[in-house]
Design a protein around this ligand. Sequence first.
Ligand code: TRP
Length: 353
Amino acid sequence: MAEKNEIILSGIRPTGRLHYGNYFGAIQHFLKLQEEGYRCYYFIADYHALTTIVERVDFYQQTIDMLRTYVACGLDPDRSIIYRQSDLPCTAELTLLLGMVTNIGHLERGTTYKDKLSKLPERRDGTEGNPLSYGLLGYPVLMAADILIVKADIVPVGDDQRQHVEMAMDIAQKFNARFGETLKVPAPVARNALRLPGLDGSEKMGKSENNTLDLLDDPKTVLKKLKGVQTSTDPLPLESESTDPDVVIPQMPASVGALYRILHLLAPEEVYLDFVGKYRRGEKFYGTLKTTLAEYVSAFNAPIIERFHAPDNTEEYVKEFLRENAIKVTPVALDTVEACRKAMGIGHSLYRA
Ligand code: TRP
């Protein structure tokens, strides 16, 4: 396979358990880029995870569990460079430096930040001020540091992260304009990410929404979860003859649509079409739909579960490749930080260089 020289970078928050939304929204794309021979850097954004915590979470353990699942899905630490953000602590230094060229106003217009701000419970008086953390406001600066520190060319992200990547480009351009060409300005690439609905029919499958189908769910759990999906609402009539899932599925009750969405991803086309036909004819078929789907899901999960438990896929293994990759990436990262220090006028670190 032809090697490609562009560096692709993407960050993953350490959530632990991985679900179908993660797989079809991100993991699948990461695997594809790996297969296509790009130089892929995938890192676990554990510093970012700290921007929203209210109590201690074992992010170390969640990172290990998540990476064992990634490996089980086919991510190969020999081909993709997988590391932990906090194992590259010079990222924090770069964040500090980039903060000097970042407007607060720009950060306050960040959608994630604005969203969190608007969801704060009403305050009775104004005495407390804005209770959100400095770290959260600075989320995009940290993300810019992640991207710029390894001199990434391409940053494949879903729509929700696009604005952050654009902010990173902006910060890099501003830095270069003020202190001379120092940072490589990356390009965002839409990942064309599928946003999988939750099993409860809500817009997004998410761990905190408790509506997920997980990659490590065993057949019993799968069946139980799928049987629990609400299908008692009357079918809504399909207005067109189309069988295109993007046309048909939105016309169904949301939780039924979620089942069809997963069926379309996993089952052969004719099985999906057969069930669309059943729906159209108004047959009673939800029971079979659920048991059929459960079989496809369990068949999809089986090899992942097996590889997850493989004797070599251990915490020690993950720790070792995280360590090796952190060592591999550090020289490039330090090179970036040192270049920025020099450009800004404080000069090289006197102990590091
Ligand atoms: N913020 C991203 C997310 O929530 C994760 C992330 C952190 C990231 N740093 C990054 C993604 C740099 C791409 C590039 O999904």
